[in-house]
Write a protein that binds this ligand. Structure first.
Ligand SMILES: O=C1O[C@H](COP(=O)(O)O)[C@@H](O)[C@H](O)[C@H]1O
Length: 268
C-alpha cells in the first residue's frame, strides 16, 4: 500500500525527561489532551493510536482523571491500536482490555470510532493473518486514498531490546515497507503471536510519542538517542512522526544518556 517515508522528511526524536514515572504520566496525559483538542480545532476529528504496556497504560489512567479531559470532544476521536497481543477478548494481556479499563470505559467515546484489532476468539478465529488483513483494509478505508498523515498522534512504548508496537529487531515485520498492518509470529516476548502496525504505518503520524520508564530501558534509550542504529537493529529508530517525534523518559530510563542533565530542561 505504501512505503516507509524517508527519514529525512521525518522529525528527529526530542527527549523529554521527568523525575519519575508518575510525573511523566501526568505531563504526557496533559500534553495529550491539549494536542487532541488542537487537532479537533484544526480538523474537527482527531485520531489517536493507543499502545499497550506499563507506561502507556499509566498515561491513559492519568488522562482519565485530568481536569482538562473535557477539553476534548471524545465522540470525535478515532482510536486505533499500534499493536495487539493475539489472545482471547477477555485475556488480561490484551492491549484493548487494558486501554478500555484505564480510559475508554470511562469516556463518552463513539464505539464506532474505537477500531480494535480482533481477538483470537473473534470473527476471524485463530487466524492472525486474517485479522491483520482486516485491519489493513480498515486503515485503507479510513485513510481514503493514501491520506498522510493518517494519525494525529501515535503512542508507543518500547521494549528493552528496542521493539515498538510488536516490531522486534531483525524480524520480517521490521523490513515490511509494503503493508501497514502485519501478523507477527514467534515473537521473543510473549504472547508469541501479535498483530502490529508496521513502521510504514507509524510514520504516517503527525506526531509519534515514545514513552518509556525504568532502568531496564536505559540502554535501549541511549542507543536510540545516541548511536544511530538502523530500524532493523532497533525498531524504535524507525518510529518517527512527520511533525514531531517526542521521547518521554523518566530519570531512570534516561540515566545512560551522556547529556542527561542538559536534556532534562526540554521537559520543562
Ligand atoms: O508487549 C508490549 O510491550 C511494549 C512495551 O511495554 P512496557 O510495559 O515495557 O512499557 C508495548 O509498547 C507494546 O504495545 C506491548 O504490546
Amino acid at each position: 500500500m505504501t512505503t516507509t517515508r524517508s527519514a529525512s522528511t521525518l522529525s528527529k526524536p526530542i527527549p523529554y525527561i521527568y523525575d519519575n514515572d508518575e510525573q511523566l504520566a501526568g505531563e504526557v496525559a496533559s500534553r495529550l489532551l491539549s494536542t487532541l483538542a488542537q487537532a479537533q480545532d484544526e480538523r474537527a476529528y482527531a485520531s489517536l493510536v493507543l499502545t499497550g504496556g506499563r507506561t502507556g497504560t499509566a498515561v491513559l489512567e492519568r488522562l482519565r482523571t485530568d481536569p482538562k479531559r473535557d477539553f476534548v470532544n471524545w465522540h470525535r476521536v478515532n482510536f486505533f491500536w499500534g499493536d495487539e497481543r493475539f489472545v482471547a477478548r477477555h485475556h488480561p494481556d490484551r492491549n484493548e482490555k487494558q486501554a478500555r479499563e484505564a480510559l475508554l470505559d470511562h469516556l463518552p467515546v463513539d464505539p464506532s470510532r474505537v477500531h480494535v484489532m480482533a481477538p483470537s476468539d473473534g470473527g476471524f478465529g485463530n487466524d492472525a493473518t486474517a485479522v491483520a488483513n482486516a485491519y489493513q483494509a480498515l486503515l485503507c478505508a479510513y485513510g481514503r486514498l493514501d491520506r498522510t498523515p493518517l494519525f494525529d498522534i501515535c503512542l508507543l512504548g518500547m521494549g528493552e531490546e528496542g521493539h515498538v508496537a510488536s516490531i522486534f529487531p531483525d524480524s520480517p515485520a521490521v523490513l515490511d515497507e509494503q503493508r501497514e498492518v502485519v501478523a507477527v509470529y514467534n515473537c521473543p516476548k510473549p504472547p508469541s503471536t501479535r498483530i502490529s502496525l508496521t513502521l510504514s504505518a507509524i510514520t504516517r503520524s503527525r506526531e509519534v510519542w515514545l514513552m518509556t520508564t525504568g532502568e531496564t530501558k536505559a540502554s535501549a534509550v541511549a542507543t536510540l538517542m545516541e548511536e544511530g542504529l538502523t530500524p532493523q537493529q532497533l525498531p524504535a529508530a524507525g518510529a518517527l512522526g512527520s511533525r514531531a517525534t517526542r521521547v518521554f523518559l523518566d530519570a531512570a530510563a534516561a540515566s545512560r544518556l551522556s547529556s542527561c542533565e542538559d536534556l532534562s530542561a526540554s521537559a520543562r
